[in-house]
Design a protein around this ligand. Structure first.
Ligand SMILES: Cc1cc2nc3c(=O)[nH]c(=O)nc-3n(C[C@H](O)[C@H](O)[C@H](O)COP(=O)(O)OP(=O)(O)OC[C@H]3O[C@@H](n4cnc5c(N)ncnc54)[C@H](O)[C@@H]3O)c2cc1C
Length: 498
């Protein structure tokens, strides 16, 4: 396997990269193929401007508006214009997007989209069907060697280039030598006390890339989904934005429709809705999503998966309002990459939620992320094929680090300082605490990148809201390094060399 491209992560981004490659590669994932990914949980769907009266320019306008000044318009336009081709590619791989009686795609509406442009499968089963189809395609793909139940724990870097990876498997360590590594490890929701993400999505890929010297872009921007189901499960089940798209309204326990005076109401940008809900909760209220007037007994037909999630918690959405609260959901920031997915570290590519392409800016437009994985995976594959195929010598260092001890502490720190509303004093305390934990904890290192970015960004924009700096400054993306976040120019001892 030495010298082949290695792709770590088998959600939509890693799977689409591996499937598009025309040469042998290795695909690594933490659990069984198709499991433990945000991709599998996605309900709402895939955004694509394919309906009558819609086009890529309108999709781009909505994306830029949601991104609140921090999108890279050229990068975003290039990705969004590929949406119809990505949808066709997914269908050719076996994804069965819902269609209406006339045979045309059924297109849903989500917050901050000016048009109905959300393709879905079985109502709210989009991610599950995509991962079913991609997993089957991967099992058939002779060029993909799949290593399941293998956790990436270290990057090997030699003379400033990627030289390989160290994996933890149930049978022990495994080292793969490669000069072409793709991180497709997903988001950071597992670092927060309330999240919709699989709990294993703790930003390990981001942390390892940062430790190895890769530039990280706008790490402070974390999107909170306004309507996770308010229950005791961890992670929290999601009640998709598409439910509000179908007309469900937000009320508090006094029955007040508190979004009615806010522009966009229930379909305002996610950060606006999430903060409005959080403020009601902070004021002592409970918040509910009432789908009875809009959907009533049709709820179970339109949203069978969400209906089942609610019923498992003793709630019948046709008869009663659904209790909801915000939860960490999506990371807009990430490993800074160019149009081919190349990071600043030679030999390292990143794709999907772990990467920052410039599509999402300060706030992701709903359903643009599955699309990003589907479009950018094949681009990364083409870039890998163009890159030099040097086979570095096998890295000598194979000692596994101990399991990360600090995750519960990290979740508590972020719960205090890095939620929907942030303040300088709490952020400074979080940074100091995380700096002490980061040398022994990748969770703390990922959290430190978020906290240090949030402390440095003295403005409010998109998903980043500073109570002490409510104004918005002239728009500027930030590229940062792990050494800067640690407050030191020294290299990190865990950024291993071979
Ligand atoms: C509940 C929910 C609903 C969503 N709904 C939508 C939606 O409707 N539309 C939309 O566009 N987006 C949606 N999103 C966001 C979207 O699902 C994700 O942004 C997208 O799926 C990310 O894909 P990915 O391939 O980058 O990461 P993931 O799908 O999260 O995959 C990450 C992969 O990396 C692996 N991994 C992680 N760390 C390691 C490690 N250290 N070692 C080895 N493997 C590792 C994981 O096991 C997994 O295989 C939703 C997210 C959630 C959580």
């Amino acid at each position: 396997m030495t010298g082949r491209s290695v792709i770590v992560g088998a959600g939509i981004a890693g799977a689409m990269t591996a499937l598009a490659l025309q040469e042998d590669c290795v695909l690594v994932c933490a659990g069984a193929l198709g499991s433990l990914s945000s991709s599998r949980l996605a309900q709402g769907g895939v955004a694509a401007a394919i309906g009558p009266g819609d086009d890529a320019a309108q999709h781009l306008n909505d994306t830029l508006a949601a991104g609140d000044g921090l999108c890279d318009a050229a990068a975003a336009g290039a990705i969004l214009s590929q949406a119809p081709a990505a949808v066709a590619r997914l269908e050719s791989l076996g994804v069965r997007f819902d269609r209406g009686p006339d045979g045309a795609h059924a297109l849903g509406l989500e917050a901050a989209h000016g048009q109905n442009r959300i393709l879905h499968v079985a109502g709210d089963g989009t991610g599950a069907d995509i991962m079913r189809a991609l997993t089957q395609a991967l099992r058939r793909a002779a060029h993909v060697t799949i290593i399941e139940h293998a956790e990436l724990v270290r990057l090997h870097v030699r003379e400033g280039r990627i030289a390989g990876v160290l994996l933890r498997r149930p049978s022990g360590p495994l080292t793969l030598a490669t000069g072409r590594l793709v991180l497709a490890t997903g988001g950071v929701g597992g670092l927060f006390p309330a999240t919709t993400n699989p709990l294993g999505n703790t930003g390990r890929g981001l942390a390892l890339a940062a430790r190895a010297g890769a530039l990280i872009r706008d790490a402070e921007f974390v999107q909170f989904h306004p309507t996770a189901l308010d229950c005791t499960l961890d992670p929290l089940p999601l009640v998709s934005e598409a439910v509000r798209g179908e007309g469900a309204v937000l009320i508090d326990d006094a029955g007040m429709r508190f979004m009615s005076g806010i522009a966009g109401r229930e379909l305002a940008p996610r950060d606006v809705v999430a903060r409005a809900i959080q403020r009601r909760i902070a004021a002592g209220a409970r918040v509910f999503l009432d789908a009875r007037p809009a959907l009533g007994r049709h709820f179970a037909t339109r949203f069978p998966g969400i209906d089942a999630l609610c019923r498992a918690q003793g709630i019948d959405p046709a008869q009663e309002p659904i209790p909801v609260r915000p939860a960490a959901h999506y990371h807009m920031g990430g490993i800074a990459v160019d149009a081919e997915g190349r990071s600043s570290l030679p030999g390292l590519w990143a794709v999907g939620e772990v990467a920052a392409t410039g599509l999402h800016g300060a706030n992701r437009l709903a359903s643009n992320s599955l699309l990003e994985g589907a479009v950018c995976g094949p681009r990364v594959a083409a870039s890998l094929e163009r890159a030099a195929r040097e086979a570095p010598p096998a890295p000598a260092h194979t000692e596994l680090p101990p399991p990360d001890p600090a995750l519960p502490q990290v979740r508590a720190i972020l719960g205090r300082a890095l939620m929907l509303e942030r303040e300088g004093g709490a952020l400074a305390g979080a940074v100091l605490h995380l700096r002490r934990l980061a040398p022994r904890s990748d969770a703390a290192a990922a959290a430190l990148m978020i906290a240090a970015g949030a402390l440095a960004r003295r403005e409010s924009r998109g998903a980043h809201c500073r109570t002490d700096y409510p104004a918005t400054l002239p728009a500027a993306s930030t590229l940062s390094t792990y050494a800067q976040a640690m407050g030191s120019a020294e290299a990190d001892p865990l950024a291993l060399s071979a």
